[in-house]
Design a protein around this ligand. Structure first.
Ligand code: GAP
Length: 462
């Protein structure tokens, strides 16, 4: 069973070094978190798994890493300066500020209304002001003079670093349609409403891919384009299930209603996860048509087209965009991996059952006790293992407690070096170690000479 409530994960994340509230010694900072030693590994592994499936395992997708702060005209052309707004309302009684759409969606519990049928403040039922549109982009300033001309923006999505480079990638990589450009990096949004842990933060990481394809013969009936959109929806859903290890019963696809479509989208389907508070978005897969390439082509005066060798014509490709949240996926990976089991003594064993490929630590090397006689062999095993796998060496506390600690951070395998390994009282050692599997707790004895091979068998995709 996954974690039933968020508090369990928030507390484990802090206690075990996954995620800390940012600037905690100063009282924290709203909707902002830091990633600790294990969080940074988990994040890196999820990104790697995404990059492998989207770029390395495919012939038709390449990567890019565009500048964060760029020419502000990009954000005017993309529509973000005029359209990337949230409707904000203030409570006239308690002065709290809310996102109207979030109140209406019931994100703060039951939606309360006054006699006139208008929604009221989720905090105290007070009357709300008329909604005002609030742009979610953070502004910054480039150069030393603070005037209109020096304004630049922190990117609220990675996509707009990709479109302006369309021609550069086609020309330098000799790409033919269809092909994709992938990018994973940080994005920023001035989110007003309180987040739920790292579900909604000011600064977060995304994994996005723009897949460029032939424009349809009939704009109003783009049959092949919509079929491709559906293919990407299926591919991405399968990735969450098979690679991240999310149970299919807590995943679903939800098509956007017309009214909630982003300003660029002709259709979007979300991959949603059943969070402890209800269904929430993990990834949006948008049919962006030719909106962005046309907009940047028009605004820059530099048409972004593709020369079709077959028809000898320049066309503006259409785009499908699977846009995932890396940090949000990290939260889900933790929620989903969390398990509590009763051991033979009736005590609770907490285990994070991460898929090995995303587990922060793959192997822990644990001498049976902190005994001088065991250390050289244990260190030798550790040095051997760490050259291939992210490994940890731990000789403090009882072996039982060390197993529990590794279970709680999701380490798939523990290796124990004991007196049988090194020999005792004149008896020669067997130069073998014990491998303990996290989920089954089964232990097997393996010669050190065959250890890496035994680990390889048990750590698929690592
Ligand atoms: N380029 C399209 C785009 O950015 P989006 O649906 O706004 O689409 C994609 O964002 C994903 O990024 C979301 O599904 C979510 O996982 C993640 N995301 C968006 N805003 C976020 C925030 N404030 N905090 C954490 N993750 C966020």
């Amino acid at each position: 069973m996954p974690a039933k409530d968020l508090e369990t994960i928030v507390s484990l994340a802090k206690r075990r070094g996954f995620v800390f509230p940012a600037a905690e010694i100063y009282g924290g900072f709203a909707n902002t978190y830091d990633y600790g030693p294990l969080g940074v590994e988990l994040k890196r592994n999820i990104r790697e798994a995404w990059w492998k499936s989207m770029v390395r395992d495919r012939d038709d997708v390449v990567g890019i890493d565009a500048a964060l702060i760029t020419n502000p005209r990009v954000w005017v052309a993309s529509g973000h300066v005029s359209n990337f707004n949230d409707p904000l309302v203030d409570c006239k009684k308690c002065q709290m500020r809310w996102r109207l759409d979030h109140i209406e969606e019931g994100q703060y519990g039951e939606v309360k209304r006054n006699a006139a049928g208008d929604v009221t403040c989720p905090n105290d039922g007070g009357e709300l002001t008329e909604p005002r549109q609030f742009n979610m982009m953070f502004k910054t300033q480039v150069g030393t003079v603070a005037d209109e001309a020096s304004i630049a923006y922190l990117p609220p999505e990675t996509a707009q670093g990709i479109f302006p480079n369309f021609e550069n990638v086609v020309a330098s990589m000799r790409r033919k349609l269809p092909f994709g450009i992938a990018q994973s990096r940080v994005s920023f949004r001035n989110e007003i409403t309180p987040g739920k842990f790292i579900f909604r933060t000011l600064e977060f990481e995304q994994m996005e891919m723009e897949y460029f394809c032939q424009p349809p013969a009939d704009r109003n009936n783009p049959v092949e384009y919509l079929a491709l959109h559906q293919e990407w929806i299926n591919t991405r859903l399968a990735w969450y299930r098979d690679t991240i290890g999310i149970d299919a019963s807590r995943l679903r696809i939800r098509d956007h209603e017309k009214a909630e479509l982003s300003h660029y989208s002709a259709g979007t389907a979300d991959v949603e996860y059943l969070f402890p508070w209800g269904w929430g978005e993990l990834e949006g897969i948008a049919a962006r048509t030719d909106f962005d390439l046309t907009a940047h082509g028009n605004a820059s005066g530099h048409p972004l087209t593709y020369f079709d060798e077959d028809t000898k014509q320049h066309v503006v490709p259409w785009v499908i965009e699977p846009a995932a949240g890396l940090t949000r996926t990290l939260a889900v990976a933790m929620l989903e991996a969390y398990n509590e089991e009763l051991d033979e003594k009736g005590e609770t064993r907490v285990v994070l059952k991460f898929k090995p490929a995303i587990a922060p630590i793959k192997v822990a090397v644990l001498p049976l006790s902190k005994n001088e006689a065991l250390r050289p062999a244990a260190r030798r095993v550790y040095e051997m293992v760490r050259s291939t796998y992210m490994a940890q060496y731990d000789e403090t506390q009882s072996i039982g407690r060390r197993y529990r600690r590794q279970d709680e951070i999701g380490t798939p395998l523990c290796i124990t070096v004991d007196f049988q390994t090194v020999g005792e009282d004149g008896t020669p050692g067997d130069d073998a170690v014990t491998i303990r599997e996290r989920d089954s707790q089964v232990q097997v004895r393996v010669p050190i000479s065959g250890l890496l091979e035994a680990l390889r068998e048990r750590l698929p995709g690592c």
